[in-house]
Design a protein around this ligand. Structure first.
Ligand SMILES: [Fe+2]
Length: 400
């Protein structure tokens, strides 16, 4: 079975799971599993705001014109709800078509309000209430379905969110949104992706127990202050462990506990290395640092996306995992078409085409010898030439 966005449904497809309203106050089953979809039903689902449904069949079968088989009508119980749920959670998650910006903006607004409530500043959190856990889960669902699978929208929102004054919980939301795209690039299942989002939303919750003056200190921390900061992953882990009857999965707890570990073992709190660091924590680590560098802080200007990605690439293998870094780069290309760049041979160029190796695009030289086009990924004459960064000079941004 496969999750299919409502906009991609065709008549004759068969529901593998019941479809219900999304409102908690008006919960009703709209269609039951085993139902053959008609044009009217698809239109009704759209009007009810349903984003996607689970359909019987594999991806190929569903993408092809579905054939109507009698057993679908008479034996919808051929797939038990448990099997349906398990398969759906374990299969690679195919995000639905992005929702309208209005819907996504509403979800971001809701997420910010609710995270603000949960992380009410300057208050120490001992554990999360059932209500707070539910809110975090709801936010994660919204990010998974509506917000986090469109990198253009994501990029714009990252910039918009950076203009807020208070930092911590907005940072957590941004890290969760970034991590969603990385999880998608890594081909994680829906269940694993949601765990990544929940852990990212809560990764710094332990900071609520650290002296706020240390958290916001603009100058270099003393050893004593840094040792205090280093307690926050373990405090966060304990908060989650004590919350919601221990319902947070081991993966989520690992994400929070190990998000400051480094690939070479120089991180904290335990100093574990390489792939011993759980994948969920390796994902959060990259997104956490990227967001911190590109955010506007009282004591420094934000780095550009390209500068932050250069830093992350430079720290690959020491701080960050290769696979996760590569997925991150695919999700957030630092040199999109039209970017003016500096090359290591001293020339300047404009990116005219991106390659799979996003740091080695096709460029057109500007200035002297203007117009020469070089594919930095395949042209053997220029294998030693690299993009060294975004050029801020006065060449026209889009030159022919
Ligand atoms: Fe942290």
């Amino acid at each position: 079975m496969i999750i299919v966005p409502v906009d991609n449904l065709k008549e004759g497809m068969v529901l593998a799971r019941d479809v219900a309203t999304t409102s908690a106050t008006d919960y009703r089953t709209l269609l039951i599993r085993g139902t053959f979809l008609t044009a009217e039903m698809i239109s009704m689902l759209r009007k009810k705001g349903i984003k996607s449904v689970t359909i019987i069949g594999d991806k190929q079968a569903v993408m092809a014109k579905p054939e109507i088989r009698e057993e679908h009508i008479n034996h919808p119980e051929a797939v038990t709800p448990e099997e349906s749920q398990k398969e759906q959670e374990e299969s690679v998650y195919i995000p639905p078509a992005p929702a309208a910006d209005e819907v996504r903006n509403q979800h971001i607004g809701k997420a910010l309000t609710e995270l603000n409530d949960i992380f009410s500043e300057h208050e120490e959190i001992k554990e999360l209430s059932q209500e707070a856990v539910k809110k975090v889960n709801d936010i994660a669902d919204d990010i998974l379905v509506d917000i986090g699978n469109d990198s253009t929208y994501l990029g714009n929102q990252m910039i918009a969110l950076q203009n807020y004054d208070d930092y911590t919980y907005k940072h957590c939301l941004r890290v969760a949104m970034l991590a969603t795209s990385v999880a998608a690039q890594l081909g994680l299942s829906k269940r694993d992706s949601k765990e990544v989002i929940v852990a990212a939303l809560l990764h710094d919750i332990g900071k609520s127990s650290i002296d706020h003056d240390i958290i916001i200190k603009p100058s270099k921390l003393t050893d004593e202050e840094f040792n205090e900061i280093k307690r926050h992953p373990f405090i966060g882990y304990n908060i989650l462990k004590n919350s919601a009857d221990g319902d947070f999965s081991g993966n989520i707890l690992s994400g929070v506990l190990f998000h400051h570990e480094k690939y070479d073992g120089s991180g904290y709190p335990t100093g574990i290395t390489g792939k011993d660091i759980p994948l969920i924590a390796r994902i959060i680590a990259v997104c956490d640092v990227f967001d911190a560098l590109t955010s506007n802080r009282p004591y420094r200007k934000p780095w550009s996306v390209a500068e932050a990605e250069e830093y992350i690439l430079g720290s690959c293998g020491s701080h960050f995992d290769f696979d996760v870094t590569s997925a991150f780069m695919r999700a957030f290309n630092p040199y999109p078409v039209g970017t003016m760049v500096s090359l290591s041979d001293g020339r300047h160029a404009i990116v005219i085409q991106t390659n799979q190796t996003v740091l080695r695009p096709v460029v057109r030289i500007q200035g002297q010898n203007s117009g020469e086009e070089i594919d930095l990924s395949t042209d053997f004459r220029f294998l030693s030439v690299m993009v060294t960064g975004v050029y801020g000079g006065d060449y026209p941004r889009y030159a022919d």
